[in-house]
Write a protein that binds this ligand. Structure first.
Ligand SMILES: [Zn+2]
Length: 141
């Protein structure tokens, strides 16, 4: 499904910059923001900027002194995080991805169905305009 890591779980990197670029690409692809929790010569710990989200990627030097990835949690946890509503749930990227996981959107699909779907499954209210936009983008003729 969606939002699975674009990186191999134990991928090897030759330098920290390459790793960072990959993480930045992932961030853009999935529309989230990361922050660096720990970084020194031997390890880096990336976490999602949204407080309480489980997404976490760690990398450290292995015995060959290569930088080895360890994806601790490749998915974001959106559920029950009231503080992230505004930041996350009106994000079109999130909306579209999430709606697609539950609905085959056609011209008959209404914005109200989308709103209810998100309310029931995720406990969040999105505004009508955001739901309409997502609907238009996802319609399959
Ligand atoms: Zn997250």
């Amino acid at each position: 499904m969606n939002s699975v890591s674009p990186l191999e779980p134990r991928e090897i990197f030759q330098d920290w910059v390459t790793l960072r670029i990959k993480i930045e690409e992932w961030q853009i692809r999935d529309d989230f923001a990361f922050t660096v929790r720990v970084k020194d010569n031997n390890r880096v710990d990336y976490i999602c900027r949204i407080n309480g989200c489980d997404w976490r990627v760690f990398a450290s030097r292995n015995q060959q002194s290569e930088i080895q990835l360890k994806i601790l949690h490749e998915r974001h946890s959106w559920i029950g995080r009231a503080r992230t509503k505004r930041e996350v749930h009106n994000s079109q990227a999130w909306l579209r991805r999430t709606v697609l996981q539950h609905l085959f959107v056609t011209r008959e699909t209404t914005a109200r169905e989308i709103i209810e779907l998100l309310q029931v499954n995720y406990g969040v209210m999105v505004n009508t305009e955001a739901a309409r936009l997502a609907r238009s983008a996802l319609i399959k003729d």
